[in-house]
Design a protein around this ligand. Structure first.
Ligand SMILES: *Cc1c(COP(=O)(O)O)cnc(C)c1O
Length: 435
């Protein structure tokens, strides 16, 4: 066969990087972000991946087309060998997914049009009628709502436990979930975690959850929303989680200019998610995927700088007479929470709660006086953002539940960006004078 002919029986492989190790040294994610998963020779030598605006892909031959569909439809395990149709996958998204998998040390990753699409598809792919989902509380409000209000319509129930729960508490919740599932004729479908919780920053002991799930003999995945600390400051797959989910809208995208999400983890649990995404759609679009490739080249730099800035700002705020307290992972007082932090976290992040002396009126005066920090929800962008959860993101949460979660009227939520730290301190200082 000549060089120009393509053997139709050989599946087209995703372009792989030529260099993953040098002299036995495994290259770091920050190095791999510049080339991993992209082969310039397939795109006229273009150094950067072009944006592939196409809905469909030409097959090399009829036999290759058949083979692709065997993968897509699940007749053959492992998914498609090549590109077929852009609801299933496309070049920018595949490169993005390969690079996202690198950060978390995952076997497989999938991109989505939003963090919530990723989470909803993950939950639906694994839960059936009669099943029970065990989850930590608090969760991101839309996730909690999806499980409680939508999954319940399809006969899936849930049991939640507080983020900071001990091993004993986790054991008893899993026992309860097993009994409930048996009663409903289903199974425990998933243990779903979010750590740290929003806006309390309560950390989940992922290692204890892993041990409890194994001890209970449960055959279900442990998933964790790693949006607040990932991919830099927390690596849950190394602590026993099977799947990580992200709102890439936050630190990974990092410029407050896109909405996207992802799931990464063991193939064993990802195949069902891929099949459902193939059916429903919900894959990230090529433009957004391209922007995320650009973002991933600087994610380590941005997160490092934001983390350093947050440490300096919190040092200043902690000493201020108008500040009652800080919910910052770099200043944990609770011994058990500190122990979880030491075992699971590689950094304190840049999103925290500021408790002012006073209530809503004091918080509003503070927020309205800020000159650099923008008044907006969301987090993880290059710019510093501040909001008031009790009257904004968590307004719809019942007052009793809000109190339980520690979302008080004097709590301001802050996400520190990559500005100059002393400028930020000057801004917070003058705004506190207005309180
Ligand atoms: C923002 C966020 C989500 C939802 O992500 P979207 O991209 O807005 O859909 C989920 N979990 C956490 C922790 C978040 O902060």
């Amino acid at each position: 066969m000549s060089d120009n002919e393509i053997d139709p029986t050989t599946p087209r492989k995703n372009p792989q990087p030529k260099v993953k190790t040098i002299g036995g040294r495994q290259l770091k994610p920050s190095t791999l972000m510049m080339g991993h998963g992209y082969d310039p020779t397939l795109s006229e030598g273009s150094l950067k991946a072009p944006i592939f605006l196409t809905s469909t892909f030409a097959f090399e031959s009829a036999a290759a087309g058949k083979r692709h569909f065997e993968g897509i439809t699940g007749k053959r395990p492992g998914g498609a060998d090549g590109l077929v149709y852009s609801r299933f996958n496309a070049p920018n998204q595949e490169i993005l997914e390969d690079r996202l998998a690198v950060w978390d040390g995952a076997e497989d990753a999938l991109s989505f049009s939003s963090g919530m699409t990723a989470i909803c598809v993950l939950l639906m792919a694994h839960a059936s009628q009669g099943d029970v989902i065990v989850h930590t509380g608090p969760l991101y409000a839309a996730t909690e709502g999806f499980i409680a209000k939508w999954m319940s319509r399809w006969g899936v129930s849930y049991i939640d436990f507080p983020a900071g729960a001990t091993r004993e508490k986790i054991d008893s919740v899993l026992d309860e979930a097993k009994a409930k599932a048996a009663e409903q004729g289903g199974k425990v479908a998933m243990v779903y975690l979010e750590s740290p919780g929003n806006p309390t920053n309560a950390l989940v002991d992922v290692e204890a959850v892993r041990a409890a799930v194994d001890a209970a003999g449960l055959e279900c995945p442990i998933a964790i929303d790693n949006t607040f600390l990932g991919p830099l400051w927390q690596r849950p797959l190394e602590h026993g989680a099977d799947i990580v989910c992200y709102s890439l809208t936050k630190y990974v995208g990092g410029h407050s200019d896109l909405v996207a999400g992802s799931i990464a983890g063991a193939k064993k649990w990802m195949d069902a998610v891929r099949m459902l995404r193939n059916t429903m759609g919900g894959i990230c679009d090529p433009n957004t995927a391209w922007m995320l490739l650009r973002s991933l080249e600087t994610v380590e730099l941005r997160m490092q700088r934001a983390g350093e800035n947050a440490a300096k700002v919190c040092d200043f705020l902690a000493k201020h007479p108008k500040v009652e307290g800080l919910g910052y992972l770099g200043m944990i007082k609770d011994e058990r929470q500190k122990d979880i932090y030491d075992r699971h976290c590689l950094g304190a992040g840049s999103t925290f709660s500021l408790l002012l002396k006073g209530g809503e009126a004091e918080c509003f005066r503070f927020l309205d006086a800020l000159k650099i920090a923008k008044l907006a929800v969301s987090l993880g962008g290059t710019e510093t953002l501040a909001s008031h959860p009790a009257s904004m993101t968590h307004l719809s949460v019942a007052e009793g539940r809000r109190a339980e979660l520690g979302i008080t009227d004097n709590l301001v939520r802050i996400s520190i960006g990559i500005e100059d730290a002393d400028d930020l301190i000057a801004d917070f200082e003058q705004a506190l004078e207005e309180v």
